[in-house]
Unconditional design. Sequence first.
Length: 177
Amino acid sequence: MQTQVSNLLNPTPTIIPDPVTYINEVRALARLETIQYSVEKVITGELNSGTFQALFGDKILFVAHGTVIAGIDMDKLRPEDMRFENGVLTVRLPPAEVFIAALDNEKSYVYDRQTGVLSKPDPNLETQVRQVAEQEILKGALEDGILEQAQANAEAYLIKFFAALGFPNTIFVDDLG
């Protein structure tokens, strides 16, 4: 009897995915991923905060874990971006870019949720907090210099790669001018 009451008060959700999957786009990629950040960020979201928060407020404390991956899109490297003269390979690489900035839903969680006595939890608040968390994870990685590190890692990797192809003297420039 106690188990039945517990199941009634705390039901287990049933998730039923639609059996049909739609693939919207398939695209070939030529990305050289050179760095990955794992980021943790605490985000607070509030509705109706202030004097009447205890009655009408909704507050969520969310611990976000995410991944940011950056590197060089080698598809943007054109033949005119490379020049071989006097035994030196000169290369103008495309700038590093962020390929992925995503929340890790396995590790992210709601730490605390407080709802006012006279209000219900806003169903959109957690979604909004998750969206802000993803933006903050990207912002944190950018502020820490992920793009500069991605560029440096790409150059270090490609120096070895070009040397293995028979170009032991490689330099990277911003402009081939």
